[in-house]
Design a protein. Sequence first.
Length: 227
Amino acid sequence: MTAVRTLTTRAEFEEATSRHPVAVLDVGAGFVGPAFAVDHAGQTSVLFHRRSDHGVPGSSALATEGGLAILLDDPAVRAFVTGEGHRHLSVPRGLVRLVEARLDLGTRGGEWDWMWTSTSPAPVRGEDHVVVLDPSTRQEAEAFLAAHSPRTHGQPFARPDQYWVGVRDPHTGALLATGCSEPCAAGTPTLAGIAVDASQRGRGWGAAVTAHLTRRAVEQTGACALG
């Protein structure tokens, strides 16, 4: 029987994942042990604690199908996933069926992608219209997102390290677009709340906001992420 290993340090975790970008840029200094690893068919699969962008505790896996099956069939790992106050589990998209066969996932959840870059984008038309928003605009930004991106994870000025920007109509001053950068557990600036007024889409405002936020993140920390 293939043995499941317990990882207790960030160094062990990053080594087991071969320093996968998620391990380094999304978890990183925010690593909370234990994590669990198993070597199967020449690859290592790892399951670990991960908080959502709203701080909700849960777990994630970087795994192959065979490796994840071994991990979820291990009593200690199952107890970790379903206990510890964990409220969500993220796995590679192709492995959802395997998890469904082993755990009661409930009715909430969905598909999402985690992306990252260490390269600044080329200049984008409209970036000169991007302005920094301050906490006094919180209600305005919340109302804008509710109207134009109601499923967003963006939470305007909910935490002190957030950096919110926007594009305003030069005549009325109304918001045309918004976006935010906020450090994740690893300290990597992560984008959220990027939205454009429904009547203004296709004009490049979302690209301008994204380019501004990405360039600032890469210049300051060397990387930028988007979940």
